[in-house]
Design a protein around this ligand. Structure first.
Ligand code: PGA
Length: 249
């Protein structure tokens, strides 16, 4: 039985002090031991957020990292810098990073390998654009993204990763995929994992849905058989995020 995982992607929101206050309050309300709960906060807020959630079920994640260990990469953050301060998760290949910062499938693959080597749990994002959906190539596209991301990664490592299926047209738009659309794509992601590895790996890997998840639609989405929780943006910094974590099973 896969344990559900619900992660908040705070994006470029909250100063360290704001993050600490919100994380503390939310961790108290969203401390659901039957779900893995993660707050992916801005780099500058990581330390204060970790202190704020100490002793709760909530883990702190980063929203990105570089694939090199160190070096002349001005403005970047290395994996070892994250693990040393207690980061447990890292989002990799979010569509905003792909769109605004030119991240490629090849970068995603390098980051995934490095995250796993450092014991970070990667949340790897895949998902189609509106044009791709309209062209009927959603499944083909996410299959390619998953194959490229997991190239050269062992089955044992793959099962430690989380995949977030996030249709780009649903991110931050208020237009959520229907539970049938989300389930179809998540099932396709699981199928391709089975083709790359085996049935056991496909059964074990956790697949989230992301894109305009709210307290009102979370339960229907998360109760689909191939959806193991969500990656939540806008609604993760709202006061009722705990309703998403404590969704009705
Ligand atoms: P959203 O963002 O929930 O605001 O649509 C999801 C995400 O970007 O991960």
């Amino acid at each position: 039985m896969r344990k559900k995982i619900i992660a908040g992607n705070w994006k470029m929101n909250k100063t360290p002090a704001q993050a600490a206050a919100f994380a503390k309050e939310m961790a108290a309300k969203a401390d659901n031991a039957s779900v893995d709960v993660v707050f992916c906060v801005p780099y500058t807020a990581i330390s204060t957020a970790i202190n704020a959630v100490a002793g709760t079920n909530v883990a702190i994640g980063a929203q990105n990292m570089h694939f090199e260990e160190s070096g002349a990469y001005t403005g970047e953050i290395a994996p070892g810098m994250l693990t040393e301060i207690g980061v447990k998760y890292v989002i990799i290949g979010h569509s905003e990073r792909r769109a605004y910062f030119g991240e490629t499938d090849c970068d995603v693959n390098k980051k995934l390998k490095v995250a796993l080597a450092h014991g970070l749990i990667p949340i790897v994002c895949v998902g189609e654009s509106l044009t791709q959906r309209q062209l009927g190539i959603t499944i083909e596209h996410v299959r390619i993204q998953v194959k490229a991301a997991f190239d050269g990664i062992s089955a044992a490592d793959a099962t430690k990763a989380v995949i977030a299926y996030e249709p780009i047209w649903a991110i931050g738009t208020g237009v959520t995929a229907t539970s049938a659309q989300a389930e179809e794509a998540c099932a396709a992601v699981r199928q391709v994992v089975g083709e790359i590895y085996d049935a056991q790996t496909a059964e074990a890997i956790r697949i989230q849905y992301g894109g305009s998840v709210t307290a009102d639609n979370a339960a229907e989405l998360f109760n689909q058989s191939n959806i193991d929780g969500g990656l939540v943006g806008g609604a993760s910094i709202k006061d009722d995020f705990d309703r998403i974590v404590n969704y009705k099973r």
